[in-house]
Design a protein around this ligand. Sequence first.
Ligand code: 0L1
Ligand code: MG
Length: 255
Amino acid sequence: MADILKLAKTVDDAAKDARAIPQLSAKEKITVEEGYAIQSAAFSRRLARGETQVGIKMGFTSRAKMIQMGIDDMIWGRLSDGMLVEDGDEIDIKNYVHPRAEPEIAFLLGAPLPYACTAAEAMAAVDAVAPAIEIIDSRYKNFKFSLADVVADNSSSSGYVVGSWSSPGPDLSNLGMILEINGRPTQIGSSAAILGHPARSLAAAARIAAAAGEPLQEGWIIMAGGATAAEALRPGITVRNSVQELGFAGFSVKG
Ligand code: 0L1
Ligand code: MG
């Protein structure tokens, strides 16, 4: 059986020090269940350093992402306040291993969602929605990992940017989403790519989090998952996700 605390320290140190490590499963077999135990223990190390959990992210919720990474299971990870990149801020690539950006939609919960529910019930708990970007940064060399490895590594989550919140009025089923690098569209998709409707991802988040014994809480942010493949970041670029009806979120990378 895997030494959960030791492996949690390995992935947490790699994330903290922005250092690439070999995939954990190269040395010993780990199950997906153990991957989640490692993720939980690694996240506890962040909490012990003073960070607070503010939500969760859903991953592999679009076909484009599954195809890009060769994995076909949905996964989730935890978000802390320390991972927030303010909308319009600049990041330093030195703090990451090989970061990529994904255009997403974020939900802000106005009520807890402590059980498995339908997409419509999930939307009833939503206070606001926003255009968002997830900065993923697998700590594994060459982005090479098994499903259990990526789960252990907080499902590659490294940062998130959230644009202005709007009340959840617009129909979210098929909103155009454009990821721009330096003003040029590099990924074009639709919110429909997120499990057919981002609210389905939210309902899946409620079910998964409740089953994990960590139900979704009022005030939490849920990142619904990428609508397109991810784009690699490099120094000097500006990244923006424009979502029809919702506006945009963005950040730049120090040159
Ligand atoms: O969709 C996701 O956010 C999954 C990210 C994990 C895989 C990756 O590093 O691309
Ligand atoms: Mg994502």
